[in-house]
Design a protein around this ligand. Structure first.
Ligand SMILES: [Zn+2]
Length: 483
């Protein structure tokens, strides 16, 4: 993850390049002078920008024992930006060595804490607020943080258990600095304010490294910053923890252990499909004997699985799902996870691979399990290939779990919502011979749905009702999610 941050701040004249990473600064001399100097961020004593018209000098000093670095005649914006990055890395480092740094604050106490920071009129208030709100988001298990600018103030929202919740309102006076801090943290160009940008940052929280993905979108009241949180501590990588019933889990395991086939997941955005795919890969890794290789083709790569070959799709540079998948197949992996099938080329390659000794796990956008089959036919996949390749379709949603501390009446632990954490509800449709036959005959969605009913495959509602009856979730929550 540190790789992400190891980016150069910019070219400083023809001769020198300065790299800033959390662990330190590297000054690289070019053009014949092959000197490379390294200094840990903690050694930096001061950073100053001496402006003189359109050019500026950047001076980084390290205290009396070590000569300062001077970069002379830089563009003013570059010098200021470099100084801000170094200054903020240094202050973040100082703050993180404080034992109080990662202490959780109750959700309804965040507003007061932010107000106190603002009132202190400390020059670093924006830096402090941004870091504080991101760390607290991690500690509360939020999946997203939104900084939404309005004319009067900035709304800070956390997505908790799938729902957005206002956690603080910050005076608009801090808007500009707050936005700058978030952009510096994610290595976005601070001076670009009228274009959408995406960036990322890896931040230590306690013992772990949490990955943040940032997006900045211009609005009439300033830039709206969205942050997705990827916390390794909250990611589920075991299929036993997804929320499947014992029977369904046993069937799912059997399906995964088949030597080849295609298992397709469906559900709207935020329904937990990615988690299920990762959990399936984790299961295969542990349970398949002599498993030689697992590969993934993703957009974006969401979690670093370490022992797996992960390829990130990059449409801008021509690396589409289909072309990435073709490349991956040349290495002949046994198991391939494809982030999403949304075009015919990818669908064709995936379905073929599922027939030729590979286990394919992927997602398809559709309204129901049977709808997945129809969607692939609509994309142009040959019915006979589809019918023989797909082994099962898993449809899923996420529902909030009733808080165990108060059994739904609301308490401090669940921020008075009555819910805490989420679990999946599923419909697992193994493809029967009868269903294959209907696919071969290109039957309509209604006919496929009828077959699902004939086979008495429990629906999402059936699975959800069972969980509501068991007190895991509530019927109101089921209605909210299933409509
Ligand atoms: Zn509670």
């Amino acid at each position: 993850m540190a790789e992400v941050l190891r980016q150069k701040v910019g070219w400083f004249g023809p001769r020198v390049e300065l790299h800033v990473a959390p662990e330190g600064l590297t000054l690289v001399g070019r053009a014949g002078r092959d000197s490379v100097e390294f200094a840990p961020i903690g050694d930096v004593a001061d950073v100053t920008v001496g402006a003189g018209g359109r050019r500026a000098d950047l001076t980084i000093s390290f205290g009396p024992a070590r000569p300062a670095w001077s970069l002379v005649g830089l563009p003013v914006a570059s010098a200021e930006w470099a100084a801000a990055v170094i200054g903020e890395e240094k202050s973040a480092l100082d703050r993180r060595s404080n034992p109080d740094y990662a202490q959780p604050v109750a959700l309804d106490g965040l507003q007061a804490r932010c107000a106190a920071t603002l009132e202190s009129r400390d020059g670093r208030a924006a830096v402090d607020l941004a870091d504080f709100l991101l760390i607290q988001a991690v500690l509360h298990g939020a999946s997203d943080v939104h900084f939404d600018p309005y004319s009067e103030d900035v709304a800070v929202r956390y997505r908790l258990d799938g729902l957005l919740r206002d956690v603080a309102r910050l005076d608009s006076g801090i808007k500009q600095q707050l936005t700058s801090r978030l952009k510096v943290l994610s290595r976005l160009a601070t001076f670009k304010k009228s274009v959408a940008q995406e960036g990322r940052a890896a931040v230590r929280v306690g013992e772990r490294t949490v990955d943040f993905r940032f997006s900045a979108i211009p609005t009439i009241h300033g830039e709206k910053i969205g942050v997705r949180v990827f916390d390794p501590a909250t990611s589920i990588f075991s299929i036993a923890d997804l929320g499947m019933s014992q029977d369904m889990l046993a069937s799912f395991e059997r399906l995964l252990m088949q030597p080849q086939g295609t298992i397709l997941l469906t559900g709207p955005a935020g329904s937990g499909k990615t988690t299920t795919m990762y959990a399936a890969l984790g299961y295969l890794r542990e349970n398949r004997k002599n498993l030689s290789s697992i590969a993934t083709v993703e957009d974006p790569v969401e979690y670093d699985l370490r022992v797996v070959n992960q390829t990130q799709v990059n449409t801008a540079s021509g690396l589409t799902f289909a072309s990435a998948l073709r490349t991956v197949l040349r290495q002949d992996p046994e198991v391939i996870m494809i982030g999403e099938i949304r075009d015919r080329e990818t669908a064709d390659i995936a379905v073929q691979a599922g027939l030729t000794g590979h286990m394919i796990v992927s997602t398809v956008h559709a309204r129901s399990a049977a709808g997945v089959l129809l969607r692939l036919l609509d994309l142009g996949v040959e019915p006979y290939l589809l019918a023989s390749s797909v082994s099962a379709v898993l449809s899923q949603r996420l529902v909030r779990k009733v808080c165990r501390s108060c059994t739904g009446s609301g308490c401090g632990k669940c921020s008075n919502t009555g819910y805490s954490g989420r679990t999946g509800i599923f419909q697992l449709l193994p493809i029967s011979d009868e269903m294959r036959d209907l696919v071969l005959k290109r039957k309509s969605l209604a006919e496929l749905d009828e077959q699902v009913e004939r086979e008495r495959v429990p629906s999402l509602l059936d699975d959800g009702s069972e969980k509501a009856n068991a007190g895991v979730t509530s019927s109101e929550e089921l209605t909210r999610v299933l409509g």
